[in-house]
Design a protein around this ligand. Sequence first.
Ligand code: N2P
Length: 361
Amino acid sequence: MTTRLRSRLRRNPALNLGFWIFLGFLVPWFPGSFPARAAETLNLFCWSEYIPRPVIDAFQKETGIRVTVENYASNEEMLAKLLAGGGNYDLIQPSEYTVEALAKAGLLLPLDRDQLPNVKNLDPKFLDLAFDPGNRFSLPWMVGTVGIVVNTARVKEPVTGFNDVFNGKHRGRIVVVDDSRELVSWALATLKIPTNDLTPATLAKAKPIVARWLPQIKVFDSDSPKTALLAGDVDLGVVWSGEGAVLYRQDPARFRWVLPSEGSHRFIDNLAIPKTCQHKAAAERFMDFVLRPEISKLISDAFPYTNPNLAARRLLTAAQLANPASYPTPEQEKDLETFRDIGATASEVDAMVSELKSGGR
Ligand code: N2P
C-alpha cells in the first residue's frame, strides 16, 4: 500500500474495509441508530373503529412496513379526500357502492391474485357480487347491516321498524349514523321503494319523510353511535350492526337489536387499492395478512360485524356467533338489500340532506 493511500484511508474511514466490518457488527445491536434504507410504508385510509390496533402492530412487526392510518366516517368523505389528492393513500376501505363508482371511474388498481392466496378463506357468498364482478378490484373486509338499537329499560312499547323510531314519541332521544345515503334509504324503505331505485323522482318522495325525521334526532354519529346509547343520552339508535353488537355483548338485557321490518341495508365493506397508490406490494401484503384466520378473528373480537372469512369464523366463540347484531338469520337475510352506485344522484342525496339539516325545506 502506498503512503498516499494509507493516509487517505486514515482521513476517510468510509474507504476502509475494516470500518465496514465493524459497522456490520454494530448495526444489529443498535438498529434504530443507523440510517438504514428508508422503511417501506403503507398508508391506510379507513373507516374509524374498524381496524384494530393489534392487527396493525402485528403487521408492522412481521413485515417491517411502517403503517400510517387516517380515518373517515363515510364513503363520501373518503371519496372527496381521495379525489382531492395529496393523501398518498395506498389502501382504502370503500363500501360496495363506492367500489362500483371508483371502478367505473377507473380509479382502482386491479388486484394481483397471486399475491392473495388467503382469498381461499373467504365465504363465496360474499365474493363475485354485482358491484365488483370477479373481485377484480376489491376484497370484502367486513359485512354488516344497519338496524335499530332499543334501550329496553327506557322504551317499553314495541319497536319493529323505522316508523316506530320516528313516530314523534322519541323526539330528542335518538342517535343515527351521520350518513345521507343511509337516511334516504330508510325513508325509501318506509315507502316500499327499492333501495337502489334512487332517482331525482324517488328522492323527492323521500324528502318530506327525512324532513319530518331530522328534528327528532338528537345525535348524528357515524364513528361511535354506541357511545350516546351507553351513556343514556338517547334511548334509540339507527346504527351499524357492529355498534349494536358491542352494546348487545355488553348488556343483552338492556340493548335489543332489531332489523327494521321495512327492510334494511346490508353493506359489504372492502379493501381496495386506489390508482394513485405508491406501495402496491405493501397494500397487497396487508390485504392477504388480514385474511389469515387468526388475524381476521382479532378484527371480529374488536369490531363484531359479520365476518366474511369462513376460516376465521371457525375460531369465534359460540357467543360471538350467536350475537343477533353480528349474524342475521337466513330468514332476516332475505330482507337485506345491498347498495349500488347511483351515479350523479349521489350528490343530490347529499345536497338534499345537508339542506334539510340546516333547516331548509
Ligand atoms: C365502522 C363503520 C362501518 C361502516 N366503524 C359501515 N359501512
